[in-house]
Each structure stands twice: as structure tokens, then as C-alpha cells.
Design a protein around this ligand. Structure first.
Ligand code: C2E
Ligand code: MG
Ligand code: MG
Ligand code: MG
Length: 281
């Protein structure tokens, strides 16, 4: 915007276009909720080795009227930058809690034991967030123990209040999952301070698990840490039977990934819930 030291100026055509896309997407995103363009898909989290359903993770999708499906990898970071994540995150929570209530009502003991929702730093930092979650759960009649809040290391380290908020949520009976573990500003003191129930080991480590790699060493070592600290380790992004087997031998009892199932639309996840089991080929 100013010439001083910047390597680009406002008039750089490429930057101009990117900024323009951002502005346009921001405007579109503002209407996405009211126009019913957002929806949730659910990815199974399974028990190893048999693939029994342990829970599901809710993941948001945006069906843009012109661009088609826009990845959350694109619009969530944008929404985090412009603050829209607070409204989107609230919508996601409401939908996931309502769905959990419907499953509990319709499926009884077959309902997913755990439903995970991703929560951003800015959402955690909203004053009264734990009370808002408590009110949502009690209005829907959902047991807090069914809901898992997934946060990243960066979200927890980024804001001073986040730890307090997580403790409040845990005290209310919710489970806490540390997402994408190992990719943020990893600090082991987080595992000491934070009431973590689930440690979700990032795909980038799982990718290397079948080779003689530093990633494999880390995947193996994290089992000792999680067992010692009474957390459950979940392997993210498992894509092959070979990885699943290797993870099981390393001590992993929970996993998530395309090898088991992709994120599924409501009707498809319900078929899987009815079977209580992913079909392994
Ligand atoms: P995440 O929470 O770590 O979710 C897992 C992501 O990995 C999902 O991508 C999922 O589709 C993908 N994935 C799962 N298994 C595999 C696999 O075997 N291989 C590969 N290549 N990918 C796999 P998705 O749905 O595109 O979401 C991306 C990220 O966007 C999420 O990462 C999460 O950080 C964020 N996100 C999604 N929904 C929400 C939401 O409702 N709220 C917030 N704050 N963030 C969300
Ligand atoms: Mg997640
Ligand atoms: Mg993750
Ligand atoms: Mg991840």
C-alpha cells in the first residue's frame, strides 16, 4: 500500500486480483449461512484393528453458487482473518449438536459415542464461549461427554485465555482433542497444562510411518507420552492398510483417514453408523 520497503504495491495486478478474490469471497461468505450454502460432512474415527466406529468428526463444506465446492482449507483461514469464523463456528456447533441430538433420539445405543467439532482460536477467545456451549448442549438435551472440541496447538498458544477456556469446557464434561499435533508451535508443556483427552497425530507424521524416517520415530514415541499422560492417540490421515497395521503395532488404537472412510454426507454416515463398522477392503 505504501512504497516504503514493501516488495509490492497496491497496483501490482496479481496482488490486486488476490485481494479482490478475498474481498469477493468475504462478501459471498457473509451470505453463505443465510443462503444455506454451508453444510456438514462427517468422517469416521475408528478403533484399530477392526474398524469399529469410535466417533465422527464434523467438517464444514461450502457449496458456492458459482465456484461449486470451496474447500475449508481456503475459506476457514479467510474467515479466521476477517472474523467471520465466529459466526460460522457457531453455526457449525449448532448443527453438530442438533445432529448429535437426532442421532441420540433415533439410534439410541447405536448413536456415535463421540462427535468432534473443530473450534478456532477466535471462537475460543469469544467471551462466554463455554457458557454458550453449555447452553446449546442443555437446550438440545445432549450429554456434554458426547462432544469433543478439536483445537490446534496454535489456537491454544496464540491466545492467553484459551487454556482457561479449555479447562472450563473440560470441567463441563466435554472432551478436548489437540488437532494436527506436531505441526504447530509444538510445546510439550501444552500437554502438561492443557486438559487433553485426544492427541491427534498429524498426517504429515503418519505419512512417514512405514519408512525408516524421523516421522516414524516420533509416531512411535508419542504412544509412550499419551499412555503415560492418560490420553488417547489418534492417527490422522491414514491412507493405506500398511500404515494402519504399522500404527496398530506401534500401539495406536484409534485412527482416521481415507483408508477407512472419507468425510461422508449425512445419509452415508448414517449407513455406516447403522453398521457400526467401516468396510475394509
Ligand atoms: P482437520 O480438522 O485436521 O480435519 C482433517 C482434514 O483431513 C479434513 O480435511 C479431512 O477431509 C482430511 N483427511 C482425512 N483423512 C484424510 C486422508 O486419509 N488423506 C488426506 N489427504 N486427507 C484426509 P477438510 O475437511 O478439507 O478440512 C481441512 C481443515 O479445515 C480441517 O483440518 C480443519 O482444520 C478445518 N475445518 C474443517 N471444518 C471446520 C470447522 O467446522 N471449523 C473450523 N474452525 N475448522 C474447520
Ligand atoms: Mg479436526
Ligand atoms: Mg486434524
Ligand atoms: Mg490434520
Amino acid at each position: 500500500k505504501t512504497a516504503g520497503g514493501g516488495r509490492w504495491t497496491w497496483f501490482d495486478p496479481i496482488m490486486d486480483r488476490l485481494a479482490d478474490d478475498d474481498a469477493r469471497l468475504t462478501a459471498d461468505l457473509r451470505q453463505a449461512i443465510t443462503r444455506d450454502e454451508l453444510f456438514l460432512v462427517y468422517q469416521p474415527i475408528v478403533e484399530l484393528p477392526h474398524g469399529r466406529l469410535a466417533g465422527v468428526e464434523a467438517l464444514v463444506r461450502w457449496r458456492h453458487p458459482e465456484h461449486g465446492l470451496v474447500s475449508p482449507a481456503v475459506f476457514i483461514p479467510l474467515a479466521e482473518r476477517n472474523g467471520q469464523i465466529v459466526e460460522i463456528g457457531r453455526w457449525v456447533l449448532e448443527q453438530a449438536v442438533a445432529q448429535t441430538a437426532r442421532w441420540e433420539r433415533d439410534l439410541g445405543p447405536n448413536a456415535p459415542a463421540k462427535v468432534s467439532v473443530n473450534v478456532s482460536a477466535r471462537q475460543l477467545g469469544q467471551p462466554g464461549f463455554p457458557a454458550e456451549v453449555a447452553a446449546l448442549l442443555s437446550a438440545a438435551g445432549v450429554d456434554p461427554a458426547r462432544l469433543t472440541v478439536e483445537v490446534t496447538e496454535t489456537a491454544v498458544l496464540g491466545t492467553g485465555v484459551a487454556l482457561e477456556v479449555l479447562r472450563a469446557l473440560a470441567a463441563q464434561g466435554l472432551s478436548i482433542a489437540l488437532d494436527d499435533f506436531g505441526t504447530g508451535q509444538s510445546s510439550l508443556s501444552l500437554l502438561v497444562d492443557c486438559p487433553v483427552d485426544w492427541l491427534k497425530v498429524d498426517k504429515s507424521f503418519v505419512d512417514g510411518v512405514t519408512s525408516d524416517s524421523p516421522q516414524a520415530v516420533i509416531v512411535d514415541s508419542l504412544i509412550g507420552i499419551t499412555e503415560g499422560l492418560r490420553m488417547q492417540a489418534v492417527a490422522e490421515g491414514v491412507e493405506t492398510a500398511e500404515q494402519a497395521e504399522r500404527l496398530y503395532r506401534a500401539g495406536y488404537r484409534f485412527a482416521q483417514g481415507f483408508h477407512f472412510a472419507r468425510p461422508l454426507a449425512e445419509s452415508d454416515i448414517e449407513l455406516l453408523i447403522a453398521a457400526q463398522q467401516v468396510q475394509l477392503t
